[in-house]
Ligand binder design. Structure first.
Ligand code: BGC
Length: 257
């Protein structure tokens, strides 16, 4: 088992998919296949736990608590409790989620917000490595997740995907997440107009030094990042859609098994 101390498992629970892999903590690279299952419809706790169990079993680490396990979740996470539920069942609101997963999996886990862990992955192993000042990482997926990192230190649970649109009502993520592009069949150009509003607003509020754009759509960053006009440099996440897995594993590795 000693060989595993340099590795940890990350599981990233998203609005549409649950992904997991074993991560080499020295390099931040995946050292197993990336396993993906669909997020069960309604994303209720028991069903999500069942899907996470499937991922753990497919990774072959069932019953092996010598390897640290990090779980990332798309909600506010405070002291192991989920306090919001934008794209999952309302049953998660005020729920002892960390304990629930630990009991259900029969082992300890490290539990955190999905965008926050993606930020950690990009700071340690990716686009924001060595970056001074303020980095704002955004994940564009079912929702919009955000991580604020200042001089390498994460300020957790920023939830800037829920900034309100003053003139039109509604929040940023329902207007500008990747799911909004799909839902409204927007072209890259039309979607980028929405992103322009969002990033300009973030830029005005925070004067960041770097924006990092994650989420599955970041693999198509050439289609939209060059169309944005900002003062702040904006780059795709190096780990794209794996940043959640890698960051969850990295934080779990900090704590140990
Ligand atoms: C949630 C965030 C999450 C983001 C990305 C938002 O709807 O409120 O907690 O980080 O989606 O999954």
């Amino acid at each position: 088992m000693a060989a595993k101390t340099s590795q940890a498992v990350g599981i990233d629970i998203g609005g549409t998919g649950i992904k997991g892999a074993i991560v080499d903590l020295a390099t931040g690279k995946l050292s197993s296949d990336r396993i993906k299952v669909a997020t069960p419809a309604g994303a209720r706790p028991d069903d999500v736990l069942g899907a996470v169990r499937d991922v753990v079993a497919t990774l072959g680490i069932e019953g092996d608590s010598s390897i640290p396990l990090g779980v990332a979740f798309p909600a506010i996470v405070k002291e192991g409790r989920t306090l919001s539920a934008a794209n999952v069942s309302d049953e998660w609101i005020g729920f002892e989620a960390e304990r629930f997963f630990e009991e259900g999996l029969g082992r300890g886990i490290h539990f955190a917000n999905d965008a926050d862990v993606a930020g950690v992955a990009e700071v340690r192993y990716g686009a924001a490595r060595g970056q001074r000042g303020l980095t704002v990482l955004t994940t564009l997926g079912t929702g919009i997740g955000t991580a604020l990192i200042h001089n390498g230190v994460l300020l957790p649970n920023t939830e800037l995907g829920h900034l309100q649109r003053a003139k039109h009502g509604g929040d940023a993520e329902s207007y500008a997440a990747y799911s909004a592009m799909e839902r409204h069949h927007l072209s890259w150009e039309r979607w980028t107009k929405r992103l322009q509003w969002y990033y300009s607003h973030l830029e005005f509020l925070f004067t960041p030094d770097l924006f990092v754009v994650g989420g599955g759509v970041s693999k198509h960053s050439q289609e939209f990042l060059p169309l944005l006009t900002l003062k702040t440099p904006i780059v795709p996440a190096v780990h794209r859609n794996n940043a959640g897995i890698i960051g969850a594993a990295a934080l779990a590795g900090d704590e140990g098994p």
